[in-house]
Design a protein around this ligand. Structure first.
Ligand SMILES: O=P(O)(O)OC[C@H]1O[C@H](OP(=O)(O)OP(=O)(O)O)[C@H](O)[C@@H]1O
Ligand SMILES: Nc1nc2[nH]cnc2c(=O)[nH]1
Length: 180
């Protein structure tokens, strides 16, 4: 698996330090509130697990499974709900937890949906931000790292469902996805 990686962009240690920092920031942000933390499956799973163990306030967790990439490296442009929330969001303070904002289409769709469902507030924390990919108008409230305009894998992020269990963020060798 590690043999398929051309370059490590963000190390396991850098990710761990950042998760602690962001979790502590969330503690301050949501102290005395009872937010609903929403993990966007599947990619956000490791990040959600790591930041929330440093968030020392009462909170509730739920998950939404949305998909727009399928097996491709480009967004289909259509965000599909694979699994909806089990929790009502009306009047709640929501924290959306994402692994990456690229085109922004996934988060634009989710924020609009939660506003339509009358959430009290909607904030976004993302591990990675790829601003050069953006086509939709959306910004995160908290960002771990900015990444260049490359398809990244690891720590939740997949290519054809592989590499989500890598402990770091990296870039694949071109031959892995049929490039030169
Ligand atoms: O800003 P965007 O261009 O919309 O891209 C971001 C989304 O793409 C990935 O999800 P994907 O649809 O690949 O599903 P997955 O998390 O199950 O891999 C990622 O986890 C984000 O949710
Ligand atoms: N694995 C992966 N999924 C994405 N979804 C949106 N951008 C990316 C990316 O760079 N890598």
């Amino acid at each position: 698996m590690h043999n398929d990686i051309k370059e490590v962009l963000i190390s396991q240690e850098e990710i761990a330090n950042k998760c602690k920092e962001l979790g502590e920031q969330l503690t301050r942000e949501y102290d005395g509130k009872f937010p609903l933390a929403i993990g966007v499956l599947k990619g956000a799973m490791p990040f959600m697990s790591d930041i929330l163990r440093y968030t020392e306030t009462y909170l509730e967790m739920d998950f939404m499974d949305v998909s727009s990439y399928g097996k491709e490296m480009r967004s289909s442009g259509e965000v599909k709900i694979v699994k909806d929330l089990d929790t009502k969001v009306e009047g709640r303070d929501l924290l959306i937890i994402e692994d990456i904002i690229d085109s922004g289409l996934t988060l634009r769709y989710l924020v609009d949906l939660f506003k339509y469902r009358k959430a009290n507030s909607v904030k976004i924390v993302t591990l990675l931000d790829k601003p050069t990919g953006r086509t939709a108008d959306i910004k995160a409230d908290m960002i771990g790292f900015e990444v260049p305009n490359e398809f990244v894998v690891g720590y939740g992020l997949d290519y054809q469902e592989k590499y989500r269990n890598l402990p770091y963020i990296g870039v694949l060798k071109p031959e892995v996805y049929g490039g030169e």
